[in-house]
Design a protein around this ligand. Structure first.
Ligand code: ADP
Ligand code: AMP
Length: 209
């Protein structure tokens, strides 16, 4: 199963990806997580990406596409994978088409005006990447792995505003792109997390038949 999780920043892609990985045993590939890992390790890719991430802009396609192409060659992707945060513009989607055939694009549909609160209240585990929200979790240690729970540097009001504009201008056109290819499935991301997952399972179980 080769799938793409599409949706605005804060739509719940990472949250659903963790559940999908647990239930279906497929690899979760988040380009944002890859950039943050590189940043933490101070690699050249991390240093290059930082300037863009801090401004809420997309990292240039040549850097991002190269990372994805290399990652998809790894053995754990043979049985399938789930991309989260990639592609984020038409050029990236066209590049992905040259690499493989995607079975389904699950678009997590949300009201954009609700996302500021989701993102500024988001907290993440610095070790395993699990997402939490201050409205339901106030701890400092991740219940899953014991790692430090922190706020992402790009989850400030100013940067979130920029990221949402980038989404509308560059990423939202992918909904039509994939609709035309007959692989788009919409789920209602405004529902509670488990209800969204029920919809996602409905889509993915349908694919297996
Ligand atoms: P994305 O990966 O799409 O940027 P996340 O999965 O990190 O988004 O979710 C962003 C924030 O919204 C997190 O704080 C998460 O706990 C919360 N969240 C995710 N899904 C839902 C949902 N269905 N309802 C309410 N809050 C949610
Ligand atoms: P995310 O974790 O998906 O919210 O991504 C965080 C940041 O990483 C984004 O705001 C971008 O700066 C960068 N990024 C992640 N994925 C991509 C991508 N596919 N193309 C370009 N930049 C990306």
């Amino acid at each position: 199963m080769k799938i793409v999780l599409l949706g605005a920043p804060g739509a719940g892609k990472g949250t659903q990806a963790t559940k999908i990985a647990e239930q279906y045993g497929i690899v979760h590939i988040s380009t944002g997580d890859i950039f943050r890992k590189n940043l933490k390790e101070g690699t050249p890719v991390g240093l290059k990406a930082k300037a863009y991430i801090d401004k809420g802009q997309l990292v240039p396609d040549e850097v991002t596409c190269e990372i994805v192409a290399e990652r998809l060659k790894e053995k754990d992707c043979e049985k399938g994978f789930m991309l989260d945060g990639f592609p984020r513009n038409i050029n990236q989607a066209e590049m992905l088409e040259k690499l493989c055939k995607i079975d389904a694009v699950v678009n997590i549909d949300v009201d954009l005006d609700k996302l500021m609160a989701r993102l500024t209240g988001r907290r993440v585990c610095a070790s395993c990447g699990e997402s939490y929200h201050v409205s339901t979790f106030e701890g400092k240690k991740c219940p899953k792995c014991g790692g430090d729970v922190i706020q992402r540097a790009d989850d400030t009001e100013e940067t979130v505003g920029k990221r949402l504009r980038v989404y509308t201008e560059q990423t939202a056109p992918l909904i039509d792109f994939y609709k035309k290819r007959g692989v788009l499935y919409n789920v209602d991301g405004m529902k509670a997390i488990d209800e969204v997952f029920d919809e996602v399972k409905g889509v993915l179980d349908g694919l297996k038949k």
